[in-house]
Design a protein around this ligand. Structure first.
Ligand code: GLV
Ligand code: MN
Ligand code: MN
Length: 420
């Protein structure tokens, strides 16, 4: 234990202040990556990083870093904390923002205590974690970790037809640093669970040991527009009905595979989208997730076979575009154990768990030992304005992060020394 405590009011105050940035006339919170509202959120964050006297660096993919280094430790690899501040549509205030602001809070707490860590400590807000406007998700951290070239990422076309690179320029967050410039000693991300496990178990701290694989695809089915009243059922090439069959199929497949396989069709558009016209085109997304790589791959293979069957039986054509594909990740056992020790040191119950959501830590694990700390989400609700975590849990999670950071930033020597 560090013997220190984070400044609760400062952390909660910033979390609520950031949660007011990007609200529309109906009070809905939306900060899609590289949008005007994202710019406003970024500006607030950068203001806080500067107030804390951190070096602020923005890289070419728009990732923002606040770095605390001293003359004595500048040559050491930094300990990196972070998450994201972009949101889904009509979001809650905690997803991502909690990890970024808690990272900043931990740095300020250590600094105010006069501690001089053996290595720099930095906090990152990664661009486009949500992947709502530009695919793939976790894009900023993926580029940072070398999994996608910055050129390819900047060329991504958004759901609104914009290009990420041009939008980052427009909002003033196309930085000059080369992604990957900061090679961390380790990466730790604090996040709300976004699922029901911790609340159900009555446990305040999750030590996240694994994160499930993610498969995102966009499917386009093309049939023929025709009159809804005059076209006999046997003569239809109905792209809408074909899509509905696929929606039912992926749902049933995941149910058959049992927990924890999940499948979602979250987006669908019909063309021409009229009450009395058979859909000529259906465009929809498929999100499959599974902690087991073989089962995830089997789900994808079954979908591919079913798409061919539907195409043949409904007389439609099918094209599939892969938007994202990430294998399950096992986090660093040493850091996971450290999180458990830190929770125990504060008298907090904890449990090991798998993350159902995607996170930047999943990408950072490619370049450094990484792990995550979860706190409960009431009702398991997230990606929804009703997302909520009690203040006591938010504070407890940030204090556990503080202790983990105090330990990792003081650890000298080989960067794998505490890991496995
Ligand atoms: C990110 O929020 C994801 O898991 O989709
Ligand atoms: Mn998140
Ligand atoms: Mn999210």
């Amino acid at each position: 234990m560090s013997g220190l405590a984070i400044h609760e009011a400062r952390l909660l105050g910033r979390l609520h202040a950031l949660g007011q940035i990007g609200r529309d006339g109906e009070n809905r919170l939306t900060r899609l990556a590289a949008s005007d509202t994202d710019r406003a959120g970024r500006d607030a964050l950068v203001g806080w990083l500067r107030e804390a006297d951190l070096d602020v660096v923005v890289d070419r993919i728009g990732n923002i870093f606040g770095i605390w280094r001293t003359h004595a430790n500048a040559a050491e690899a930094p300990l990196l904390l972070g998450s994201h501040i972009d949101t889904v549509i009509d979001a809650g205030i905690y997803d991502g923002c909690y990890g970024v602001l808690a990272g900043l809070e931990v740095i300020e707490t250590l600094r105010a205590a006069g501690l001089t860590p053996v290595r720099p400590i930095a906090v990152a807000a990664f661009t486009n974690e949500e992947g709502v406007r530009y695919a793939p998700d976790m894009m900023g951290s993926l580029v940072h970790a070398g999994g996608l070239s910055v050129e390819e990422a900047l060329a991504s076309i958004g759901t609104d037809g914009t290009t990420l690179g041009a939008e980052l320029e427009r909002i003033g967050y196309a930085g000059v640093a080369e992604p990957g410039f900061l090679r961390p000693h380790a990466y730790v991300e604090l996040h709300i669970e976004q699922g029901p496990v911790l609340e159900r178990e009555g446990v305040p701290i999750g030590a996240v040991a694994t994160l499930q694989g993610i498969s995102w695809q966009r499917v386009v089915m093309e049939g023929t527009a025709n009159h809804a009243g005059t076209t006999p059922m046997s003569m239809r090439r109905d792209a809408g009905y074909a899509a509905a069959r696929v929606i039912a199929f992926v749902n049933e497949q995941a149910r058959k595979a049992h927990d924890p396989s999940v499948a979602t069709v979250g987006c669908i558009a019909f063309e021409p989208n009229a009450i009395n016209v058979i859909p000529a085109r259906a465009t929809f997304t498929v999100d499959l997730r599974d902690p087991d790589e073989a089962r995830l791959a089997a789900g994808e293979a079954a979908l591919a076979i079913f798409l061919d069957e539907v195409a043949a039986s409904e007389g439609v054509s099918v094209s599939v575009e892969r938007l994202a594909r990430f294998s399950p990740v096992a986090f660093d056992a040493g850091i996971v154990a450290l999180i458990e020790q830190a929770a125990a040191g504060r008298g907090l119950a904890y449990q090991r768990m798998t993350s159902g959501a995607g996170h930047d830590a999943q990408m950072m694990a490619r370049m450094a030992p990484a792990a995550m700390i979860f706190v409960p989400s009431l009702g398991g609700i997230s990606h929804n304005p009703r997302e909520h975590t009690p203040q006591a849990d938010l504070v407890a999670g940030a204090n556990v992060l503080l202790d983990v950071v105090a330990c990792l930033a003081d650890a000298k020597g080989d960067r794998h020394g505490y890991g496995s």
